[in-house]
Design a protein around this ligand. Structure first.
Ligand SMILES: [Zn+2]
Ligand SMILES: [Zn+2]
Length: 173
């Protein structure tokens, strides 16, 4: 199955299947902007929709990337994101899960709100271009992943500051 529209699945035929039957939808979207605040590129994923007695159970495993900026070195980079979630689209209010999702009358499931919610959760509060990012030199502003300047060691190595006080006792008095 190929998804109809960017993140819209036509699940009507699954309603008619026996309980326990499922069908898979493949997602493959090169670029999408969700509600103007989340850009996703290279979105791929699998959505399995299973007919249950209460409604349609949806299990989605999705990967994408989003443009981001490193909080340490301020470099723009591509942040990989992953989401894996299960939600029930109930046939009636009686069968609703905690999420409160109802299957629309036309059985068109729009994944946009769920994908947006779970992908936003996957974005770290402080994104890093790499775990070992060295950040910017606080003195000259050089990106220390790319340039080696001698500033940080001179200013911040505690051993050196101890040395300085030993070497300059006369100046202190
Ligand atoms: Zn960085
Ligand atoms: Zn520097």
């Amino acid at each position: 199955m190929v998804a109809k529209g960017p993140l819209r699945l036509n699940a009507g035929f699954i309603v008619g299947l026996p309980v326990g039957e499922s069908r898979d939808f493949e997602l493959d979207i090169s670029h999408i902007c969700l509600e103007s605040d989340l850009i996703l590129d290279d979105l791929v994923g699998n959505v399995r929709i299973t007919r249950t007695a209460q409604g349609l159970l949806l299990h989605a495993v999705i990967q994408a990337t989003t443009p981001s900026q490193c909080v340490r070195c301020l470099t723009d980079f591509t942040l990989p994101l992953e989401a894996d979630f299960t939600e029930l689209y109930a046939f009636s209010r009686n069968g609703m899960s905690e999420s409160g999702l109802l299957l629309p009358d036309d059985a068109q499931i729009d994944l946009t709100p769920l994908v947006r919610e779970y992908m936003l959760l996957a974005i770290p509060i402080q994104p890093l271009c790499m775990p070992s990012c060295k950040g910017l030199c606080p003195i000259c502003g050089a990106n220390q992943n790319e340039v080696v300047c001698d500033h940080p060691e001179e200013e911040f190595d505690p051993r050196l500051s101890v040395l300085k006080t030993w070497l300059k006792p006369n100046e202190i008095e």
